[in-house]
Structure formats: structure tokens, C-alpha cells
Design a binder for this molecule. Sequence first.
Ligand code: GTP
Ligand code: MG
Length: 135
Amino acid sequence: SERTLVLIKPDGVRRGLVGDVIGRIERKGLKIVAMELRTLDADTAKAHYAEHSERPFFGELVEFITSAPLVAMVVEGPRAVEAFRALAGLTDPVKSAPGTIRGDHALEIGENVVHGSDSTESSAREIKIFFPDRF
Ligand code: GTP
Ligand code: MG
């Protein structure tokens, strides 16, 4: 069994999609083992998105992710990283199939409702940022 870090980003919380996302995670058979509503500070956001620090949209990304509360959770299950990425859909919501979270709920790449770790190395790093000492 594996763990992944899932975020319901500020757009998802603002639009009332927390229940929908949690429902999909639970129906899939994945287990939520930690969860918290919080507003990120800029340092935490920059650490989380460090791999994108040289990208032109980095400033916008940090601004957005710190703009309002998000829901952070640790989700566990067999191949949880890949399983949640499949539920989320592609980064670009327009290219995301209907039936996925982004395919059903989003249009803009900068406001794509959820984050899911992209590898077990990333999930270990990200879980440490969001839930230090818990795992
Ligand atoms: P995350 O789960 O949020 O990490 O998304 P991802 O893994 O599908 O995409 P990636 O890690 O490549 O990019 C991180 C986030 O940066 C994306 O979810 C987008 O919200 C944002 N992003 C990526 N590309 C662009 C872009 O070209 N413009 C803007 N404004 N945002 C972008
Ligand atoms: Mg990513």
C-alpha cells in the first residue's frame, strides 16, 4: 500500500467541491488517513511547488495556492499515487476526459481543482511538508 498527497485547491474549496472530491476518493476504495483545511503561507507553497520555481507561471501559482483555504489530505491505498492521478485527470482540464475531477469541473489550467503527487518520491517529500511528524 502507498500514500499520496492530495490537495483540494482554493478554487475547489470556494466552489463547494470538497464533498464531490472526497466522495470520489472514497468510492474508489482509497482511504483518507489525514486531512486539514488550511491557508498556505508563501514559503510552504514555494516548497511544495519547488520543481516549478523557474517556470513563468510560478508567481501566479504561488499567489493562487495561498489565496484562500485549501484542503490537504493524505490518501492511502494500493498504487494510491497513480489511482488518484487517474481520478484527477490531466493538468489541462479541457484535455481531461469527462468523468475525471478536472474533466467534470474545470476549464483553466491555473484553476484545476486538485493536486495529486506525481510519484512516490514526490508524495514522500510533499507529505513531509504538509504533515511533518505524522507519518
Ligand atoms: P499538480 O497536481 O497541481 O502538481 O498538477 P500537475 O501535476 O497535473 O501539473 P504540474 O505539476 O505540471 O503543474 C502544477 C500546477 O501548475 C498545475 O496543476 C497548474 O495548476 C499549474 N500550471 C501548470 N502549467 C501552467 C501554465 O502553463 N499556466 C498556469 N497559469 N498554471 C500552470
Ligand atoms: Mg505536479
